[in-house]
Ligand binder design. Structure first.
Ligand SMILES: Nc1ncnc2c1ncn2[C@@H]1O[C@H](COP(=O)(O)OP(=O)(O)OP(=O)(O)O)[C@@H](O)[C@H]1O
Ligand SMILES: [Mg+2]
Length: 179
């Protein structure tokens, strides 16, 4: 293990070993690969390996978080303590005691599209839109920091593991609706 740099485990021993102990604090790790190679499962392993020791923000853009929890369970990882940022902002959860805040943008985008489609059918238009954008993701993560008590005036006061699975849905949306 290299000296001085705090590293975040990915939850898989050989991978942590190959990375000198994990992802160096303060870095983003971009995981790419063919469909089905295990990128999402790796994010679940990393969340499970760290959630008892540090706050985790999990942004889900391709699956409802409920399904992430279900998949984690199959790997004997318990993510069921997660609190949804939308529920906290809606006042449904008052006192956040968990280390895991979830931003379910997939669920949000689906509801948004359904609402919009209903409106468009009335107006005779057919545009598909989505709230998925990097701006929404980044703003949501900042709110999650506040909920976890680790964000003050845009600064993070403690190590947090932020997972975004995945960035892929953001690219086509940005091309269609820049800004
Ligand atoms: N509980 C499970 N046990 C065994 N294999 C599983 C389980 N859950 C998923 N898999 C399989 O593991 C593989 C990796 O899945 P995963 O969803 O992590 O891939 P991915 O790289 O994220 O794919 P994508 O690019 O489509 O998002 C898939 O082939 C999937 O069918
Ligand atoms: Mg995936």
């Amino acid at each position: 293990m290299s000296s001085g740099v705090r590293r975040i485990s990915l939850g898989i021993d050989w991978l942590d070993y190959a990375m000198l102990g994990g992802v160096p604090r303060g870095n983003w790790l971009l995981i790419t690969g063919e469909p089905g190679v295990g990128k999402s499962i790796l994010t679940i392993q990393a969340a499970g390996a760290n959630v008892d020791a540090m706050p985790v923000v999990y942004v889900s853009t391709e699956t409802r978080f409920f399904d992430v929890v279900r998949q984690a369970k199959q790997f004997h990882i318990d993510l069921s303590d997660a609190v949804s940022l939308a529920d906290v902002l809606a006042g449904k959860v008052k006192d956040v005691k968990t280390n895991l805040v979830v931003i379910d943008l997939f669920g949000l985008a689906r509801e948004y599209r359904e609402l919009l489609r209903a409106g468009e059918e009335e107006e005779g238009k057919s545009k598909a839109r989505s709230p998925l954008s990097m701006e929404v993701v980044m703003a949501s993560i900042e709110r999650a920091y506040e909920v976890l008590g680790v964000g003050e005036e845009g600064k993070v006061t403690k190590d947090v593991l932020v997972i975004i699975d995945s960035l892929a849905p953001m690219w086509p949306m940005r091309q269609r609706w820049p800004g």
